[in-house]
Design a protein. Sequence first.
Length: 229
Amino acid sequence: MSVFDGIPFFAGFDPARAETLGRQCVRRRYAEGELVLDFDDPSNDVFFIVSGDVRVLVRTAAGKEMILGDFGPGKFFGEMAAIDGAPRSANVTALTNAEILVVPPGAFREIVLHAPEICERLLRLLTARVRELNVRLFERSVLDLRHRLYAELLRLSSPRKGHDGQAIISPPPFQHDLAARIGCRREQVSRELGAMMDEGLAEKIRGGLVLLRPAVLDRRVRDAMNETA
């Protein structure tokens, strides 16, 4: 059995090479709230999530935070430092108890450079991340607070089973987390969520925040973007 087993990124990896390179890797456990990586950390390992969830964020010297995303099983982070050797550009903290496979940069590069299928997988993933960051940067530049919130809620949601045309975010997001995602204060998020509920666009239920008319939110975001063109 290889340390890479069960991690989608390594699907199709040559078993003999996996056994050899796997000796350089280690699986570590992190407790909820434990720091995995910090900003400017000089390490350059790559971290693959076996179980649990982590949060990636950037923090200013004044302590202001912006959440870049939450990663779960099958996802990975830290590949940028393994590629270019630069210090870490973000902070990563375990949201839950987590098990993570730590792959040294040399092993990571050898795997990617000698396995075309895995190399293409990495390229596609990096491209997807750049596209997502471009969208968020564009939203931050041209949308007001209300429409940035709509866009972020739509990104966090998934279709609500048994309720056609509705979406749900479960568990419900904390208001301070939403504020950190879109660059505003918690009080502003609270006010906008209240307005959405008054308008019949959202409702809180046990275990989730329901978007009652996500198509309306999506149309409003697109209209707001078109108005800036």
